[in-house]
Ligand binder design. Structure first.
Ligand SMILES: Nc1ncnc2c1ncn2[C@@H]1O[C@H](COP(=O)(O)OP(=O)(O)OP(=O)(O)O)[C@@H](O)[C@H]1O
Ligand SMILES: [Mg+2]
Length: 305
């Protein structure tokens, strides 16, 4: 099957700032493709070039077999783009703005179905400018699919949503996929990427530093589970690394993670060590490695840095 999106050696600079430095990937039809990375990694620049909204400096881009920089309107009609702000038309009401956006297209979703899908029933007659952040975000997702697109771009769709709304949105996105939509999603939330995406590109400083299924990314870098604990005291990472069975150790503030080939064995050593050093442990748990661990291992930084 031919990929729906193919980009290779994509580059883009803003003056002397190299925002995208040779990015290549392909997105298959029906896939949820994630782009995960910290602020300024180049995610939005990359997707907006694919959407045909920004010019590129170099590289090839193909969407539906067309170059979006040249075949603008044909690509746009089959594509849905979630705008980061729906500050447009603050005085229009939710249902009105959905109907307005739908009227731009030949193929239109049913506005009331969209309102109920995104949980906006109670706000259908509210003015756009009066929506809460999370509600506005949900409206922006509804507006992105008014034309029943084959390809949907979501740029940090769950930012500002409460945990319940975020989970609902994940269900909605899974529903879009079940309907056959191809979805490209950028996010800072590794949990979102892990739960939703078939494949994830991890981006940092304008480059893709890893690309695979969430499961393979984690397994490739971590065979072991992690022992995690909190402590307000200052532990030496190199001493933690020296404990038996520990393959790596990291600290993020007062949270410590020890990856171990023998979790019970390491726990015993850790407790003895904390006793001997007079270091207190506030809570200890065992967890599987996550994409956040992968990112930290590859870059030495956390996604939130
Ligand atoms: N229009 C612009 N003019 C100048 N610099 C820009 C412009 N847009 C983005 N940049 C810079 O390019 C880099 C990449 O920005 P981009 O918006 O692509 O990152 P991002 O990965 O989407 O980040 P975030 O997670 O914060 O949304 C950043 O350093 C940013 O400051
Ligand atoms: Mg962005």
């Amino acid at each position: 099957m031919r990929p729906l999106i193919e980009i290779s050696d994509l580059t883009k600079s803003y003056g002397s700032l190299h925002a995208v430095r040779g990015v290549s990937f392909a997105v298959a039809e029906g896939e949820i493709f994630g782009m995960l990375g910290p602020n300024g990694a180049g995610k939005t620049t990359t997707v907006e070039i694919i959407e045909g909204l920004r010019d590129r400096d170099g590289g090839r881009v193909s969407v539906f077999g067309l170059d979006p920089a040249k075949a603008g309107s044909e690509v746009k009609g089959r594509t849905g783009v979630q705008l980061q702000q729906v500050a447009l038309y603050p005085r229009l009401r939710v249902r009105e703005v959905i109907c307005l956006f739908a009227s731009f297209y030949d193929r239109q979703a049913n506005p009331d179905e969209l309102i109920s899908l995104l949980g906006l029933e109670e706000r259908r007659n509210a003015r756009v400018g009066e929506l809460s952040g999370g509600q506005a975000q949900r409206l922006s997702v509804a507006l992105a699919v008014v034309n029943v697109p084959e390809l949907l771009f979501l740029d940090e769709p769950s930012t500002g949503m409460d945990p319940q709304a975020r989970r609902n949105l994940w269900d909605v996105i899974r529903g879009f996929k079940a309907d056959g939509m191809t979805i490209v999603l950028t996010t800072h939330y590794m949990e979102e990427a892990e739960r939703l995406c078939d494949r994830v590109a991890v981006m940092d400083y304008g480059k893709i530093i890893a690309l695979d299924t969430p499961r393979n990314l984690v397994h490739e870098h971590f065979e072991q589970d992690a022992i995690e604990f909190s402590s307000t005291m200052d532990w030496s990472i190199s001493e933690l690394r020296g404990l038996d069975f520990v393959s790596s150790a990291t600290a993020q503030g007062s949270e410590y993670s020890l990856f171990s080939t023998n979790v019970p064995g390491t726990m015993g050593h850790l407790l003895k060590f904390s006793d001997a050093k007079g270091l207190s442990i506030d809570g200890m748990r065992v967890r599987h490695a996550t994409l956040e661990d992968v990112f930290l291992k590859l870059t030495g930084r956390t996604l939130r840095d």
